[in-house]
Design a binder for this molecule. Structure first.
Ligand code: NAD
Length: 298
């Protein structure tokens, strides 16, 4: 599909990455967020990407310059949405916020604009009732650190036209993602259906006093032969996002274990230790302790 303009709703952890990736891939891209403070915070995140792109995927100065030229940020919804070919929603993982965000688009959205949700746990059928372009709506779920973990999980509602799925697949490829179609709706998609139970088990071990984050991460890294443990992943996800997810698990299960986890994580969030985003979470950034080769040796 021809993409003239991409709009990302919400310049948080994932929204700012999706926007930069789209701009880096040559598409004019606008981030819309709700306040000057949120736009400022998105700009700070974006300022850190060129070095990471250079380091991780050998981005050239010319590509970085092009990405910067393609990207803008605004708090003006009308100017952002007008003329958009693709709108990617990356607002907080709360159904009420998703609903008010989608409803606010209706006056400005082109009928054929593709509307994609990056929700991690909500399925398209849960949102389609309040979405303006129902036939052009589906989910495209990205992984954190999008430029290296470049998958786009694609999920759609039962009545979604195949043209919408084809266009979304094409858009995913245009921004250098590997499309992963999911044949039936499932909360958590593929990746989080595997990842979140692992994260929850690690958090539960910690919250119930069985082992500390560092011991858990060391164990996982050495045993599984991987370079990051569950608490390292949590820092990347953002501990504020993790709190929202764990609260949702509690609401859905009423299992007190999730409340214990929320309490423990909230101590970090209240101290502004949100993870990579604020420079400290379970580890210190930009050089987290677990990347030191000595970390797993002692
Ligand atoms: P975040 O809290 O970092 O960012 C959310 C952003 O949305 C903030 O900048 C906030 O100001 C903005 N916002 C709030 N209301 C808005 C509105 N009405 N319109 C526009 N912007 C608004 O959250 P996040 O971690 O980036 O998560 C966003 C979405 O992406 C969630 O659905 C989440 O499930 C999903 N997701 C997150 C991750 C992750 O690792 N953090 C990974 C994949 C998907």
């Amino acid at each position: 599909m021809k993409v003239n303009k991409v709009v990302i709703l919400g310049g948080g952890v994932l929204g700012s990455q999706i926007a930069y990736q789209a701009a880096f891939s040559g598409l004019p891209t606008v981030i819309y967020d709700i306040s000057d403070a949120a736009v400022d915070s998105a700009s700070k995140k974006i300022a850190s990407y060129p070095d990471q792109y250079r380091h991780d995927i050998d981005a050239t100065d010319q590509q970085i310059e092009q990405a910067n030229e393609n990207l803008s940020l605004t708090t003006d919804l009308k100017s952002a949405i007008t003329g958009a070919s693709v709108v990617v929603e990356a607002v907080p993982e709360r159904l009420d916020i998703k609903q008010s965000t989608y409803e606010s688009l209706a006056p400005y959205l082109d009928d054929d604009a593709l509307l994609l949700s990056n929700s991690s746990t909500l399925i398209p059928s849960q949102m389609i009732g309040f979405v303006p372009n129902k036939k052009r709506f589906m989910a495209m779920h990205f992984a954190n650190l999008i430029w290296v973990h470049n998958v786009a999980e694609l999920m759609w509602a039962p009545d979604t036209p195949s043209k919408t799925i084809e266009d979304a697949t094409d858009f995913a490829k245009q921004i250098k993602m590997i499309p992963i179609p999911i044949k039936k709706e499932i909360s958590g998609y593929v990746m989080n259906s595997i990842f979140l139970p692992m994260i929850n088990s690690a958090l539960s071990l910690w919250a119930n006093g069985y082992a500390d984050p560092i011991a858990i991460d060391k164990n996982w890294m050495v045993s599984m032969g991987v370079d990051r443990g569950p608490f390292g992943f949590l820092d990347i996800m953002g501990l504020n996002t993790a709190v929202n997810i764990e609260k949702e698990f509690y609401e859905n299960t009423k299992n007190d274990d999730f409340l214990k986890i929320v309490d423990k994580l909230s101590e970090y969030v209240n101290a502004n230790k949100l993870g990579v985003a604020t420079g400290q979470g379970f580890y210190h950034y930009p050089n987290p302790e677990y990347q030191d080769p000595e970390f797993v040796k002692a």
